[in-house]
Design a protein around this ligand. Structure first.
Ligand SMILES: CC(C)(COP(=O)(O)OP(=O)(O)OC[C@H]1O[C@@H](n2cnc3c(N)ncnc32)[C@H](O)[C@@H]1OP(=O)(O)O)[C@@H](O)C(=O)NCCC(=O)NCCS
Length: 161
């Protein structure tokens, strides 16, 4: 029996351990415990009888833009549709909030392409550059994250789900 739901505050340490494993493989950016408590409401988790085995967050940048971050499914449960369910949990939340544009910076573009995201350029995301990339030592040098965008409303060019 599993659930896709918001994490409990008592699960934040376990959430960090899940994230840390993926950080160790250079798959996602690190998150401190403080950051996780501050942003816990951004998250959804996949939980079953063995605890947390997946997570994702939706971080709102501005009125019309949000970022999908920290999408992780534990290795042994990958390719069973859990990543897709987690992603759709945050996309539904974005829709409920009336956010028309959602983006991700990822090294796994194939997964996001299957969910309707299209490759874009960082220059199309100036807010992200100003907020995070400009401070990152990899920006413009060794950054291998691919920016991708999904339009949730139909009034802009792009894919709608
Ligand atoms: C990316 C990730 C979250 C996908 O989760 P998952 O549960 O394995 O994905 P799903 O089973 O929901 O896959 C949905 C679809 O995407 C495909 N897919 C999943 N991972 C893929 C990959 N790496 N390459 C190509 N296709 C992939 C699946 O085959 C499936 O296709 P289908 O609908 O045609 O059957 C998971 O591989 C992961 O945790 N990776 C490590 C962390 C990471 O890179 N996160 C992304 C950072 S933004």
């Amino acid at each position: 029996m599993y659930q896709i739901r918001k994490p409990k505050l008592s699960e934040v340490v376990e959430l960090k351990a899940l994230i840390d494993k993926a950080v160790g493989k250079d798959l996602v950016l690190p998150r401190t415990l403080e950051e996780l408590y501050e942003n816990v409401r951004d998250f959804y988790v996949y939980a079953d009888e063995n605890g947390l085995a997946g997570c994702v967050s939706l971080h709102i940048d501005m009125e019309d833009l949000a970022e999908v971050r920290t999408l992780i499914v534990r290795d042994d449960l990958q390719r069973k549709g859990i990543g897709k369910m987690l992603l759709h949990a945050v996309l539904n939340e974005a829709r409920e909030l009336g956010i028309p544009k959602v983006y991700v910076l990822t090294r796994c573009p194939e997964f996001f392409e299957k969910q309707g995201f299209k490759k874009t350029s960082l220059e199309q995301l100036p807010y992200k550059i100003r907020k995070d990339c400009a401070r990152c030592p990899k920006y413009g040098v060794t950054c291998d994250e691919i920016p991708m965008i999904l339009y949730l409303s139909d009034n802009k060019k792009g894919t709608s789900l």
